[in-house]
Design a protein. Structure first.
Length: 726
């Protein structure tokens, strides 16, 4: 395990409160605090977060609070009341929370909220830096800290950084609305591993990264400009044993007896949630109202126990929801109630564990029907606690837990009639059917509990960190530049092999737009003027374009990846005679894919066909590119052709022609004691492969490569070349 374990979340697992001038330290509620409570201590780690008390309230007692929390392996991040208001209640819960839960109509886009959110993330970063070491393992949690991974990466480039999002990640069509979408994605991409509860959320995130930032992925591995990282699903578990054996505890048994005396022989329907508009509580009540209307035989035979934990009570939407729920309960009880029977029991408060466990155990039905939920651990807690042949879970398909608890009665929370029938089905289900369903769900929850969730995340985090080493090449440093310059100056014979697009110039939407600027032309001219120095521009471009752009400079030119060669001041010649018959079979296939992919087009070279899709929709074109490659592989397997995938291009050309073969043509002419080869994509790997050991091979951009060194971009390549001519 690398370095010290540091867990960072908005709230600490210990909450500090102040009453009558005294400070109290109590365990925080919630699955995260429970699940990781012992995990970080096992590693001698520390947990950073807001202690639940403002900077103003703690003033003068900060050191005492820091000392006390330090004894619990916690470090507080103190925030002012103003910052809490704008960062937490503002951007986190008025912008991100509604947006990520698909309640776009509630999302507030306020620049001051955003600035406070960024400032708070910076404070968390500074707090981490106070305790972190260069090789620390840092696990950041949830939507309040989306910018933190990249902030930490900038300060601790070697650290192992994981991030887990405990709420849904929305589809691209929702996420794209966020004005600060690029900053949020870049913040997350600072992590080595990004975890979500379900593969749906993984898919949504990858889609947004591809469409907004343009970074591609392969099997969950995202390649950015300078690093690779992994995205994966880790459905969070619960402390299964704690809930499964709770009914055996004395205080829970006593609570069960007390509640049963109140409910009598009535069937109990249980609803436990924070009072939040994402939970669908009002709709649940309306469905229960209609259930009693449709099936009057259940009147006086069932009771709905509704536990609503107060949440964000100062926020307007929550106040309105509280008012609506109160009115609905009053209407249901007034409309259906009878002497000795109240249809809805309403508890507007959080419950101690023994009461909650008792309710889980006696409930015949748990009604868990959020409109959108990252996971919903209540569903899992209920399944773990209920008797196998007694309780039945009715679960929203919009909850992350639905992907694991498929044996529950899964419903669409917007479909009232389906919810009503699910209630009836759950109440009338035979004990043996319940046993079978619950047995399967219980076993699954037992196996994948919260400890396994945490350990599996860490295993994958260290796996990707180790795998990243395969992508590491030496960056261009001042020392390396000096070494290259010294070897260049003392060499008797020198040669430079230079790719063009993506190496000497940035990519453009259309190939003809990436013309060489005057600065580049002057640089190449100066290189050719150096005695005993040859420059080979080795490109996939057609010979006419290279001739038009560089014909008046004494360069060696290689066109179409090696089909055509022109030595300085010489004439164009083919490396060998090549047939063009294959084009008639390939062109219609490419044309068809261009027709069904708006923005894609075909470039025809003398001895190659290229399908460009840089200007097409990223998601559609990525899918079409995969389909086209498969179709081309089928057609070309017996035609001595190869299918090359470059940067937003797919090219078909003769298999025996490549940049490596063209480079050998020049290398065999002389004994060069200084060789430089620079390229940016897969077509340049053939070039790197034929280079002798003493050659300086440089890959531009990020990705797996045979090159020994890595340049960030064309601007850095030009800097290297300018060093040679000075």
């Amino acid at each position: 395990m690398a370095g010290r374990m540091i867990i960072v979340s908005n709230r600490l697992p210990v909450t500090v409160t102040k009453r009558e001038g005294k400070f109290f330290f109590n365990p925080s509620a919630g699955g995260l605090a429970t699940g990781l409570g012992s995990f970080y201590r096992e590693t001698g780690g520390v947990w950073l977060g807001w202690p639940g008390i403002s900077l103003e309230s703690a003033r003068g007692h900060e050191e005492d609070i820091i000392t006390k929390l330090g004894e619990l392996s916690c470090k507080p991040v103190f925030l002012s009341k103003r910052l809490i208001e704008k960062y937490y209640y503002g951007f986190s819960n008025k912008t991100l929370w509604p947006l990520f839960h698909y309640f776009l109509q509630y999302a507030v886009f306020d620049q001051k909220f955003w600035e406070s959110y960024r400032r708070a993330n910076r404070l968390f970063c500074e707090a981490v830096l106070e305790v972190a070491e260069p090789d620390s393992t840092i696990w950041v949690h949830d939507y309040q800290l989306l910018l933190l991974p990249q902030m930490l990466r900038e300060k601790l480039p070697q650290a192992t950084i994981g991030f887990f999002l405990h709420i849904p990640f929305p589809s691209y069509e929702i996420f794209r609305v966020l004005p600060w979408r690029e900053e949020i994605l870049k913040g997350l991409l600072g992590a080595d591993l990004i975890g979500f509860h379900t593969y749906d959320y993984v898919r949504h995130f990858i889609s947004s990264v591809r469409r907004i930032l343009g970074f591609e992925h392969s099997l969950g591995i995202i390649t950015t400009e300078d690093r690779v990282l992994r995205v994966d699903a880790f459905p969070m578990g619960i402390d299964y044993e704690k809930f499964a054996y709770a009914p055996e505890k004395k205080e829970v048994r006593q609570e069960i007896k007390r509640i049963k005396r109140r409910t009598g022989n009535r069937k109990v329907i249980l609803s436990v949630d924070r009072l939040d508009y994402t939970k669908g509580i009002a709709e649940r009540l309306k469905a229960y109202d209609q259930f009693l209307e449709k099936y009057p035989s259940y009147k006086e035979k069932v009771v709905l126990i509704l536990v609503a934990v107060p949440s964000r009570t100062r926020v307007e939407h929550y106040m309105l929801l509280k008012k609506e729920v109160d009115e609905l309960i009053g209407r249901i009880n007034g409309r259906h109630g009878a002497f000795g029977w109240t249809p809805v029991w309403y508890l507007y408060r959080s419950l101690p564990f023994h009461t909650l466990a008792a309710l889980y155990h006696i409930a015949d039905v748990a009604l868990v029907t959020p409109f959108r939920d990252g996971m919903n651990l209540i569903a899992k807690e209920y399944v773990a606690t209920t008797s196998a042949d007694h309780g039945m879970l009715v679960l929203s398909e919009m909850a992350g837990a639905a992907s694991e608890l498929g044996e529950a009665i899964i419903i669409n929370p917007y479909n009232f009639s389906q919810m009503i029938e699910a209630l009836r089905e759950a109440l009338e289900m035979a004990p043996e059917e319940k046993s079978l369903r619950n047995y399967l769900m219980k076993n699954r929850l037992r196996r994948y509990n919260v400890n396994r969730w945490a350990h599996e995340f860490m295993e994958k985090l260290y796996e990707i960190k180790e795998a990243q080493q395969a992508f590491v090449a030496t960056n261009i440093t001042k020392e390396l530049l000096k070494e290259i310059k010294e070897n260049f100056d003392k060499a008797a014979e020198r040669i430079e092999f230079l790719d063009y697009d993506g190496t000497l110039v940035n990519f453009a939407g259309r190939p003809e737009a990436a013309r060489p600027d005057e600065d580049l032309l002057n640089l190449l001219r100066k290189l050719t003027e150096i005695p005993k120095n040859e420059v080979v521009l080795i490109s996939g471009r057609d010979k006419d374009t290279l001739e038009a752009w560089f014909g008046n400079i004494p360069l060696n030119l290689v066109a179409e990846h090696g089909v055509w060669i022109k030595e300085a001041r010489g004439e164009w010649q083919m490396i060998e005679a090549i047939s063009l018959d294959w084009k008639e079979a390939i062109r219609p296939v490419m044309e068809n894919f261009a027709d069904i992919t708006p923005g894609a087009f075909i470039e025809e070279k003398d001895y190659a066909l290229v399908w460009h899709y840089r200007k097409a929709d990223p998601e559609l074109s990525a899918q079409r590119a995969r389909e086209l490659k498969e179709a081309l592989f089928d057609i070309t397997q017996n035609l001595d052709l190869m299918v090359l995938e470059g940067n937003k291009v797919i090219e078909v050309k003769p298999v025996n022609i490549n940049k490596g073969r063209a480079a050998k043509y020049f290398l065999e002419k002389k004994n060069f004691d200084f060789i430089l080869a620079v390229g940016d994509d897969w077509t340049d790997e053939d070039l790197f492969e034929v280079m002798p050991e003493h050659a300086y091979t440089i890959k531009v951009g990020f990705g797996v490569s045979r090159a020994r060194y890595r340049a960030k971009n064309p601007q850095e390549v030009r800097k290297i070349l300018k060093t040679l001519v000075t």
